[in-house]
Design a binder for this molecule. Structure first.
Ligand SMILES: *Cc1c(COP(=O)(O)O)cnc(C)c1O
Length: 472
Protein backbone atom coordinates (compact mmCIF):
# COMPACT_ATOMS: atom_id res chain seq x y z
CA UNK A 1 0.00 0.00 0.00
CA UNK A 2 1.22 3.46 -0.90
CA UNK A 3 0.03 6.86 0.28
CA UNK A 4 -0.96 9.95 -1.67
CA UNK A 5 -1.76 13.55 -0.73
CA UNK A 6 -5.27 15.04 -0.65
CA UNK A 7 -3.79 17.88 -2.74
CA UNK A 8 -2.13 15.65 -5.30
CA UNK A 9 1.31 17.26 -5.02
CA UNK A 10 3.55 14.30 -4.13
CA UNK A 11 4.59 11.00 -5.69
CA UNK A 12 3.10 8.07 -3.73
CA UNK A 13 5.09 7.02 -0.64
CA UNK A 14 5.17 3.85 1.46
CA UNK A 15 3.74 3.67 4.99
CA UNK A 16 6.97 4.38 6.89
CA UNK A 17 7.69 7.45 4.81
CA UNK A 18 4.10 8.63 5.28
CA UNK A 19 4.56 8.34 9.05
CA UNK A 20 7.80 10.33 9.03
CA UNK A 21 6.24 12.96 6.77
CA UNK A 22 3.21 13.60 9.02
CA UNK A 23 1.84 16.48 6.96
CA UNK A 24 2.38 15.96 3.22
CA UNK A 25 5.09 18.22 1.80
CA UNK A 26 2.46 19.90 -0.45
CA UNK A 27 0.46 20.94 2.62
CA UNK A 28 -2.16 18.20 2.15
CA UNK A 29 -2.91 15.13 4.24
CA UNK A 30 -1.87 11.58 3.43
CA UNK A 31 -4.35 8.86 2.48
CA UNK A 32 -4.06 5.31 1.15
CA UNK A 33 -3.81 5.16 -2.63
CA UNK A 34 -6.77 2.77 -2.70
CA UNK A 35 -9.22 1.85 0.03
CA UNK A 36 -8.75 -1.72 1.23
CA UNK A 37 -11.71 -3.92 2.11
CA UNK A 38 -11.99 -6.74 4.58
CA UNK A 39 -13.28 -9.52 2.31
CA UNK A 40 -16.04 -11.92 3.30
CA UNK A 41 -13.60 -14.67 4.22
CA UNK A 42 -11.68 -12.40 6.55
CA UNK A 43 -14.87 -11.14 8.23
CA UNK A 44 -16.24 -14.69 8.60
CA UNK A 45 -12.97 -15.76 10.21
CA UNK A 46 -13.12 -12.84 12.69
CA UNK A 47 -16.73 -13.72 13.52
CA UNK A 48 -15.87 -17.35 14.23
CA UNK A 49 -12.98 -16.38 16.43
CA UNK A 50 -14.98 -13.76 18.33
CA UNK A 51 -17.81 -16.25 18.89
CA UNK A 52 -15.28 -18.73 20.32
CA UNK A 53 -13.64 -15.95 22.35
CA UNK A 54 -10.38 -16.49 20.51
CA UNK A 55 -9.80 -13.14 18.78
CA UNK A 56 -7.58 -10.74 20.71
CA UNK A 57 -7.49 -7.02 20.06
CA UNK A 58 -3.85 -7.35 19.02
CA UNK A 59 -4.62 -10.10 16.48
CA UNK A 60 -7.41 -8.05 14.97
CA UNK A 61 -5.11 -5.02 14.87
CA UNK A 62 -2.53 -7.07 13.00
CA UNK A 63 -5.07 -8.23 10.38
CA UNK A 64 -6.36 -4.69 9.81
CA UNK A 65 -3.02 -2.91 9.85
CA UNK A 66 -1.60 -5.46 7.41
CA UNK A 67 -4.12 -4.25 4.83
CA UNK A 68 -2.57 -0.77 5.02
CA UNK A 69 1.11 -1.48 5.66
CA UNK A 70 3.29 -3.37 3.20
CA UNK A 71 6.78 -2.14 4.13
CA UNK A 72 7.04 -3.62 7.64
CA UNK A 73 7.61 -7.41 7.86
CA UNK A 74 4.77 -9.32 9.54
CA UNK A 75 6.80 -10.39 12.59
CA UNK A 76 7.99 -6.83 13.20
CA UNK A 77 4.45 -5.45 12.86
CA UNK A 78 3.18 -8.05 15.32
CA UNK A 79 5.74 -7.11 17.90
CA UNK A 80 5.10 -3.38 17.39
CA UNK A 81 1.41 -3.98 18.08
CA UNK A 82 2.08 -6.21 21.10
CA UNK A 83 4.44 -3.68 22.60
CA UNK A 84 2.01 -0.80 22.00
CA UNK A 85 -0.88 -2.43 23.85
CA UNK A 86 1.12 -4.07 26.66
CA UNK A 87 0.83 -0.74 28.51
CA UNK A 88 -2.98 -0.97 28.73
CA UNK A 89 -4.62 -1.83 32.03
CA UNK A 90 -7.45 -3.92 30.51
CA UNK A 91 -6.91 -7.32 28.91
CA UNK A 92 -9.37 -6.48 26.11
CA UNK A 93 -7.59 -3.13 25.49
CA UNK A 94 -10.88 -1.45 24.45
CA UNK A 95 -13.74 -3.31 26.17
CA UNK A 96 -17.40 -2.70 25.29
CA UNK A 97 -19.94 -2.53 28.10
CA UNK A 98 -23.73 -2.19 28.03
CA UNK A 99 -25.53 0.48 30.12
CA UNK A 100 -29.12 1.67 29.95
CA UNK A 101 -29.68 0.77 26.33
CA UNK A 102 -26.38 2.02 24.94
CA UNK A 103 -23.10 0.30 24.41
CA UNK A 104 -20.01 2.11 25.67
CA UNK A 105 -16.65 1.45 24.07
CA UNK A 106 -14.10 2.27 26.78
CA UNK A 107 -11.04 3.72 25.11
CA UNK A 108 -9.39 5.03 28.28
CA UNK A 109 -7.44 2.09 29.67
CA UNK A 110 -4.09 3.35 28.38
CA UNK A 111 -1.37 5.00 30.49
CA UNK A 112 -2.84 8.55 30.39
CA UNK A 113 -6.50 7.49 30.61
CA UNK A 114 -7.64 8.99 27.29
CA UNK A 115 -8.28 7.48 23.89
CA UNK A 116 -5.26 9.24 22.39
CA UNK A 117 -3.10 6.54 23.99
CA UNK A 118 -4.49 3.97 21.54
CA UNK A 119 -2.87 5.86 18.67
CA UNK A 120 0.14 7.44 20.37
CA UNK A 121 1.44 4.26 21.98
CA UNK A 122 1.54 2.78 18.47
CA UNK A 123 2.99 5.91 16.82
CA UNK A 124 5.80 6.11 19.41
CA UNK A 125 6.81 2.53 18.72
CA UNK A 126 6.61 3.02 14.95
CA UNK A 127 8.86 6.11 15.17
CA UNK A 128 11.41 4.18 17.25
CA UNK A 129 11.27 1.25 14.81
CA UNK A 130 11.83 3.43 11.73
CA UNK A 131 14.70 5.34 13.36
CA UNK A 132 16.25 2.05 14.48
CA UNK A 133 16.28 0.92 10.85
CA UNK A 134 17.58 4.19 9.41
CA UNK A 135 20.04 4.97 12.20
CA UNK A 136 18.55 8.47 12.47
CA UNK A 137 17.17 10.40 15.41
CA UNK A 138 14.26 12.72 16.06
CA UNK A 139 13.44 15.57 18.38
CA UNK A 140 9.68 15.76 18.78
CA UNK A 141 8.27 19.21 19.47
CA UNK A 142 4.64 19.93 20.33
CA UNK A 143 2.39 22.32 22.22
CA UNK A 144 -0.47 21.02 24.32
CA UNK A 145 -3.49 22.41 26.11
CA UNK A 146 -3.36 19.35 28.36
CA UNK A 147 -4.36 15.98 26.97
CA UNK A 148 -2.26 15.29 23.89
CA UNK A 149 0.98 16.23 25.62
CA UNK A 150 0.85 13.48 28.21
CA UNK A 151 -0.26 10.84 25.69
CA UNK A 152 2.63 11.85 23.39
CA UNK A 153 5.13 11.74 26.27
CA UNK A 154 3.96 8.28 27.32
CA UNK A 155 4.19 7.22 23.67
CA UNK A 156 7.94 7.86 23.45
CA UNK A 157 9.27 7.88 27.03
CA UNK A 158 12.52 5.94 27.33
CA UNK A 159 12.77 5.29 23.58
CA UNK A 160 16.19 5.41 21.96
CA UNK A 161 16.91 7.97 19.23
CA UNK A 162 13.97 10.16 20.31
CA UNK A 163 13.78 13.19 22.58
CA UNK A 164 10.46 14.92 23.18
CA UNK A 165 9.84 18.59 24.04
CA UNK A 166 6.30 19.45 25.11
CA UNK A 167 5.21 23.04 25.75
CA UNK A 168 2.27 23.62 28.07
CA UNK A 169 0.93 26.91 29.45
CA UNK A 170 2.29 27.29 33.00
CA UNK A 171 -0.46 26.70 35.62
CA UNK A 172 -3.15 26.77 32.92
CA UNK A 173 -3.56 23.02 32.57
CA UNK A 174 -5.36 21.01 35.26
CA UNK A 175 -3.21 19.71 38.15
CA UNK A 176 -3.76 16.11 36.97
CA UNK A 177 -2.77 16.98 33.41
CA UNK A 178 0.33 18.81 34.60
CA UNK A 179 1.44 15.95 36.83
CA UNK A 180 0.76 13.34 34.15
CA UNK A 181 3.38 15.13 32.04
CA UNK A 182 5.92 16.30 34.59
CA UNK A 183 6.21 13.10 36.63
CA UNK A 184 7.67 11.24 33.64
CA UNK A 185 11.35 11.38 34.56
CA UNK A 186 12.88 9.54 31.59
CA UNK A 187 15.97 11.34 30.32
CA UNK A 188 14.46 11.85 26.85
CA UNK A 189 11.42 13.79 28.11
CA UNK A 190 11.47 17.60 28.45
CA UNK A 191 8.49 19.51 29.78
CA UNK A 192 8.54 23.24 29.18
CA UNK A 193 5.99 25.29 31.13
CA UNK A 194 5.56 28.54 29.22
CA UNK A 195 4.71 31.77 30.99
CA UNK A 196 1.83 32.34 28.59
CA UNK A 197 -1.22 30.75 27.01
CA UNK A 198 -1.78 27.64 24.90
CA UNK A 199 -1.98 29.90 21.83
CA UNK A 200 1.46 31.31 22.66
CA UNK A 201 2.78 27.74 22.75
CA UNK A 202 1.19 26.87 19.43
CA UNK A 203 2.52 30.03 17.80
CA UNK A 204 6.04 29.29 19.05
CA UNK A 205 5.92 25.71 17.75
CA UNK A 206 4.68 26.94 14.38
CA UNK A 207 7.44 29.53 14.21
CA UNK A 208 10.13 26.98 15.05
CA UNK A 209 8.84 24.49 12.45
CA UNK A 210 8.93 27.30 9.88
CA UNK A 211 12.64 27.85 10.57
CA UNK A 212 13.70 25.21 8.07
CA UNK A 213 17.47 25.27 8.82
CA UNK A 214 16.75 24.81 12.55
CA UNK A 215 14.17 22.12 11.83
CA UNK A 216 16.56 20.21 9.58
CA UNK A 217 19.58 20.60 11.85
CA UNK A 218 17.73 19.17 14.86
CA UNK A 219 15.59 16.61 13.01
CA UNK A 220 12.41 18.09 14.43
CA UNK A 221 9.37 15.83 14.27
CA UNK A 222 5.71 16.44 15.05
CA UNK A 223 3.25 14.12 16.73
CA UNK A 224 -0.02 15.90 15.96
CA UNK A 225 -3.38 14.45 15.08
CA UNK A 226 -2.91 14.49 11.30
CA UNK A 227 -0.34 11.67 11.32
CA UNK A 228 -1.75 8.76 9.29
CA UNK A 229 -0.49 6.17 11.80
CA UNK A 230 -2.73 7.71 14.44
CA UNK A 231 -5.85 7.44 12.29
CA UNK A 232 -4.97 3.90 11.27
CA UNK A 233 -4.49 2.66 14.84
CA UNK A 234 -7.96 4.01 15.67
CA UNK A 235 -9.70 2.05 12.89
CA UNK A 236 -9.14 -1.16 14.86
CA UNK A 237 -11.44 -0.46 17.80
CA UNK A 238 -14.40 0.29 15.54
CA UNK A 239 -14.13 -3.14 13.96
CA UNK A 240 -13.47 -4.74 17.34
CA UNK A 241 -16.57 -3.15 18.89
CA UNK A 242 -18.72 -4.01 15.88
CA UNK A 243 -17.66 -7.66 16.14
CA UNK A 244 -18.27 -7.78 19.90
CA UNK A 245 -21.69 -6.12 19.83
CA UNK A 246 -23.11 -7.94 16.82
CA UNK A 247 -21.86 -11.20 18.26
CA UNK A 248 -24.24 -10.75 21.17
CA UNK A 249 -26.87 -8.51 19.63
CA UNK A 250 -29.68 -9.22 17.19
CA UNK A 251 -28.74 -7.58 13.86
CA UNK A 252 -25.46 -7.10 12.09
CA UNK A 253 -25.45 -3.33 11.80
CA UNK A 254 -24.42 -0.74 14.37
CA UNK A 255 -24.18 3.04 14.68
CA UNK A 256 -21.27 4.72 16.44
CA UNK A 257 -21.50 7.96 18.40
CA UNK A 258 -18.21 9.86 18.43
CA UNK A 259 -17.39 12.94 20.55
CA UNK A 260 -15.60 15.01 17.93
CA UNK A 261 -13.01 17.78 17.87
CA UNK A 262 -10.37 17.50 15.16
CA UNK A 263 -12.34 14.89 13.18
CA UNK A 264 -9.52 12.34 13.63
CA UNK A 265 -11.39 9.73 15.63
CA UNK A 266 -14.57 9.86 13.56
CA UNK A 267 -12.57 9.78 10.34
CA UNK A 268 -11.08 6.48 11.55
CA UNK A 269 -14.71 5.37 11.90
CA UNK A 270 -15.34 6.38 8.30
CA UNK A 271 -12.35 4.27 7.18
CA UNK A 272 -13.70 1.35 9.24
CA UNK A 273 -17.11 1.80 7.60
CA UNK A 274 -15.56 1.55 4.15
CA UNK A 275 -13.30 -1.31 5.22
CA UNK A 276 -16.39 -3.25 6.25
CA UNK A 277 -17.94 -2.56 2.84
CA UNK A 278 -20.43 0.02 3.99
CA UNK A 279 -23.39 -1.87 5.33
CA UNK A 280 -22.06 -3.07 8.66
CA UNK A 281 -21.53 0.32 10.19
CA UNK A 282 -24.77 2.10 9.33
CA UNK A 283 -23.91 5.62 10.34
CA UNK A 284 -21.57 7.66 12.44
CA UNK A 285 -23.09 10.11 14.88
CA UNK A 286 -20.86 13.18 14.95
CA UNK A 287 -21.32 14.69 18.40
CA UNK A 288 -20.01 18.19 19.07
CA UNK A 289 -20.17 20.43 22.13
CA UNK A 290 -21.11 24.10 21.69
CA UNK A 291 -18.27 24.42 19.18
CA UNK A 292 -20.56 23.14 16.47
CA UNK A 293 -18.91 23.82 13.10
CA UNK A 294 -19.04 20.16 12.08
CA UNK A 295 -22.67 19.80 13.15
CA UNK A 296 -23.61 22.82 11.04
CA UNK A 297 -21.82 21.15 8.15
CA UNK A 298 -23.75 17.88 8.44
CA UNK A 299 -27.13 19.52 9.08
CA UNK A 300 -26.97 22.56 6.79
CA UNK A 301 -23.94 22.22 4.52
CA UNK A 302 -22.50 25.26 6.27
CA UNK A 303 -18.79 24.84 7.05
CA UNK A 304 -17.90 28.23 8.46
CA UNK A 305 -15.63 29.42 11.23
CA UNK A 306 -16.76 31.11 14.37
CA UNK A 307 -14.98 31.73 17.67
CA UNK A 308 -14.06 29.00 20.12
CA UNK A 309 -16.17 28.81 23.30
CA UNK A 310 -14.63 27.09 26.33
CA UNK A 311 -16.64 24.10 27.66
CA UNK A 312 -16.22 21.25 30.13
CA UNK A 313 -15.06 19.06 27.22
CA UNK A 314 -11.93 21.08 26.35
CA UNK A 315 -10.43 18.53 23.96
CA UNK A 316 -13.35 19.29 21.64
CA UNK A 317 -13.12 23.08 21.91
CA UNK A 318 -12.01 23.37 18.33
CA UNK A 319 -13.33 25.25 15.33
CA UNK A 320 -11.33 24.15 12.32
CA UNK A 321 -11.00 20.36 12.35
CA UNK A 322 -7.54 19.46 11.06
CA UNK A 323 -8.57 16.07 9.64
CA UNK A 324 -11.64 17.28 7.75
CA UNK A 325 -9.66 17.69 4.54
CA UNK A 326 -9.35 13.92 4.37
CA UNK A 327 -13.11 13.46 4.22
CA UNK A 328 -13.45 16.38 1.83
CA UNK A 329 -11.15 14.55 -0.59
CA UNK A 330 -13.51 11.54 -0.69
CA UNK A 331 -16.56 13.77 -0.88
CA UNK A 332 -14.95 15.37 -3.93
CA UNK A 333 -14.77 11.98 -5.62
CA UNK A 334 -11.01 11.77 -4.85
CA UNK A 335 -10.31 14.93 -6.85
CA UNK A 336 -7.12 16.53 -5.41
CA UNK A 337 -7.41 19.69 -7.55
CA UNK A 338 -10.89 20.46 -6.34
CA UNK A 339 -9.86 19.70 -2.75
CA UNK A 340 -6.87 22.05 -2.97
CA UNK A 341 -9.06 24.85 -4.40
CA UNK A 342 -11.67 24.42 -1.68
CA UNK A 343 -9.08 24.57 1.08
CA UNK A 344 -7.59 27.72 -0.46
CA UNK A 345 -11.09 29.24 -0.61
CA UNK A 346 -11.71 28.30 2.98
CA UNK A 347 -8.48 29.92 4.13
CA UNK A 348 -9.45 33.11 2.24
CA UNK A 349 -13.13 33.35 3.19
CA UNK A 350 -13.50 31.27 6.36
CA UNK A 351 -16.36 29.27 4.88
CA UNK A 352 -17.37 26.51 2.48
CA UNK A 353 -20.86 25.77 1.22
CA UNK A 354 -22.10 22.40 -0.05
CA UNK A 355 -24.88 21.49 -2.46
CA UNK A 356 -27.90 19.40 -1.46
CA UNK A 357 -26.68 16.52 -3.64
CA UNK A 358 -23.40 16.33 -1.77
CA UNK A 359 -25.15 16.76 1.56
CA UNK A 360 -27.29 13.77 0.82
CA UNK A 361 -24.11 11.75 0.51
CA UNK A 362 -22.77 13.22 3.78
CA UNK A 363 -25.98 12.23 5.55
CA UNK A 364 -25.73 8.67 4.30
CA UNK A 365 -22.62 8.41 6.45
CA UNK A 366 -23.19 10.88 9.28
CA UNK A 367 -25.86 12.13 11.63
CA UNK A 368 -24.99 14.95 14.00
CA UNK A 369 -25.96 16.88 17.10
CA UNK A 370 -24.42 19.79 19.00
CA UNK A 371 -24.82 19.21 22.73
CA UNK A 372 -25.00 22.12 25.19
CA UNK A 373 -23.20 22.37 28.53
CA UNK A 374 -26.47 21.84 30.34
CA UNK A 375 -27.34 18.73 28.32
CA UNK A 376 -23.85 17.33 28.90
CA UNK A 377 -24.25 17.84 32.62
CA UNK A 378 -27.74 16.28 32.63
CA UNK A 379 -26.49 13.24 30.73
CA UNK A 380 -23.71 12.58 33.25
CA UNK A 381 -26.24 12.98 36.03
CA UNK A 382 -29.02 10.84 34.59
CA UNK A 383 -26.86 7.92 33.48
CA UNK A 384 -25.20 7.93 36.89
CA UNK A 385 -28.59 7.95 38.62
CA UNK A 386 -29.93 5.14 36.44
CA UNK A 387 -26.88 2.85 36.38
CA UNK A 388 -24.13 4.14 38.69
CA UNK A 389 -21.84 4.51 35.67
CA UNK A 390 -19.87 7.76 35.49
CA UNK A 391 -19.20 9.43 32.13
CA UNK A 392 -16.51 12.00 31.48
CA UNK A 393 -17.88 15.20 29.84
CA UNK A 394 -16.52 14.35 26.35
CA UNK A 395 -18.14 10.93 26.43
CA UNK A 396 -21.35 12.48 27.76
CA UNK A 397 -21.59 14.69 24.67
CA UNK A 398 -21.55 11.54 22.53
CA UNK A 399 -24.00 9.66 24.75
CA UNK A 400 -26.44 12.59 24.68
CA UNK A 401 -26.31 12.70 20.88
CA UNK A 402 -26.79 8.92 20.75
CA UNK A 403 -29.94 9.04 22.90
CA UNK A 404 -31.30 11.88 20.77
CA UNK A 405 -30.62 10.29 17.39
CA UNK A 406 -30.93 6.55 17.95
CA UNK A 407 -33.76 4.51 16.46
CA UNK A 408 -34.85 0.96 17.18
CA UNK A 409 -33.27 -0.44 14.05
CA UNK A 410 -29.67 -0.82 15.20
CA UNK A 411 -27.68 -0.56 18.43
CA UNK A 412 -25.51 2.52 19.07
CA UNK A 413 -21.97 2.18 20.36
CA UNK A 414 -20.75 5.31 22.18
CA UNK A 415 -17.03 5.97 22.26
CA UNK A 416 -15.80 6.75 25.79
CA UNK A 417 -12.80 8.94 25.05
CA UNK A 418 -11.56 9.77 28.54
CA UNK A 419 -11.73 8.41 32.08
CA UNK A 420 -14.03 10.57 34.27
CA UNK A 421 -11.24 11.10 36.80
CA UNK A 422 -9.36 13.23 34.26
CA UNK A 423 -12.15 15.79 34.41
CA UNK A 424 -13.07 15.46 38.07
CA UNK A 425 -14.41 19.00 38.60
CA UNK A 426 -16.95 18.80 35.77
CA UNK A 427 -18.03 15.34 36.91
CA UNK A 428 -18.40 16.46 40.52
CA UNK A 429 -20.54 19.42 39.39
CA UNK A 430 -22.87 16.95 37.66
CA UNK A 431 -23.17 14.13 40.22
CA UNK A 432 -22.37 15.93 43.45
CA UNK A 433 -19.26 13.92 44.29
CA UNK A 434 -15.85 13.45 42.76
CA UNK A 435 -15.31 10.39 40.54
CA UNK A 436 -13.26 7.54 41.91
CA UNK A 437 -9.60 7.94 41.15
CA UNK A 438 -7.70 5.12 39.49
CA UNK A 439 -4.39 4.24 41.13
CA UNK A 440 -2.32 5.92 38.42
CA UNK A 441 -3.87 9.31 39.24
CA UNK A 442 -4.00 8.80 42.99
CA UNK A 443 -0.24 8.29 43.14
CA UNK A 444 0.65 11.29 40.99
CA UNK A 445 0.83 13.87 43.78
CA UNK A 446 3.46 11.88 45.67
CA UNK A 447 5.71 11.36 42.66
CA UNK A 448 8.79 13.38 41.83
CA UNK A 449 8.32 15.80 38.95
CA UNK A 450 10.58 17.66 36.54
CA UNK A 451 9.71 20.72 34.47
CA UNK A 452 11.43 23.79 33.06
CA UNK A 453 9.59 27.10 33.47
CA UNK A 454 10.45 29.37 30.60
CA UNK A 455 9.42 32.68 28.98
CA UNK A 456 6.95 32.40 26.07
CA UNK A 457 9.59 33.29 23.53
CA UNK A 458 10.62 31.27 20.48
CA UNK A 459 14.31 32.13 20.91
CA UNK A 460 14.34 30.78 24.50
CA UNK A 461 12.62 27.59 23.42
CA UNK A 462 15.04 27.13 20.52
CA UNK A 463 18.04 27.61 22.80
CA UNK A 464 16.64 24.99 25.14
CA UNK A 465 16.07 22.52 22.32
CA UNK A 466 19.54 23.14 20.87
CA UNK A 467 21.06 22.43 24.29
CA UNK A 468 19.08 19.23 24.91
CA UNK A 469 18.47 17.81 21.42
CA UNK A 470 19.49 14.27 20.61
CA UNK A 471 22.03 14.04 17.78
CA UNK A 472 22.74 11.16 15.45
C1 LIG B 1 -8.90 14.51 21.42
C2 LIG B 1 -10.15 14.16 22.16
C3 LIG B 1 -11.41 14.15 21.52
C4 LIG B 1 -11.61 14.57 20.08
O1 LIG B 1 -11.07 13.67 19.16
P1 LIG B 1 -10.77 14.13 17.65
O2 LIG B 1 -10.02 13.01 17.04
O3 LIG B 1 -9.94 15.38 17.77
O4 LIG B 1 -12.08 14.40 17.00
C5 LIG B 1 -12.51 13.75 22.27
N1 LIG B 1 -12.40 13.41 23.57
C6 LIG B 1 -11.21 13.42 24.22
C7 LIG B 1 -11.16 13.05 25.66
C8 LIG B 1 -10.04 13.80 23.55
O5 LIG B 1 -8.87 13.82 24.21
Amino acid sequence: MRYISTRGGIAPVAFMEAVLMGLSTDGGLLLPESMPRADNGMVADWRDRVAANRLSYQELAFDILSLFISDIPAQDLKSLIDRSYSTFAHSEITPVIHKDGVYILELFHGPTLAFKDVALQFLGNVFAYILGKSGGCMNILGATSGDTGSAAIYGVRGKERINIFILHPHKRVSPVQELQMTTVLDANVFNLALRGTFDDGQAIVKKIFNDIPFKTKHHLGAINSINWARILAQVVYYVYAWLKVTNRGPGLQVDFSVPTGNFGDIFAGYIAKRLLAGQRIRRLILATNENDLLTRFVLHGDYSMSTVVPTTSPSMDIQVASNFERYLYYLNGEDPEKTRRQIEDFIKTGRLAFTETLLKEVRDDFASKSVSQRQTNDTIKSLHAATGYVLDPHTAVGVNAAFALQDDAVPVICLATAHPAKFGDAVEAAIGKPPELPASIRDLATKKSRCEIIEADAKRVKDFIAAHAIQS
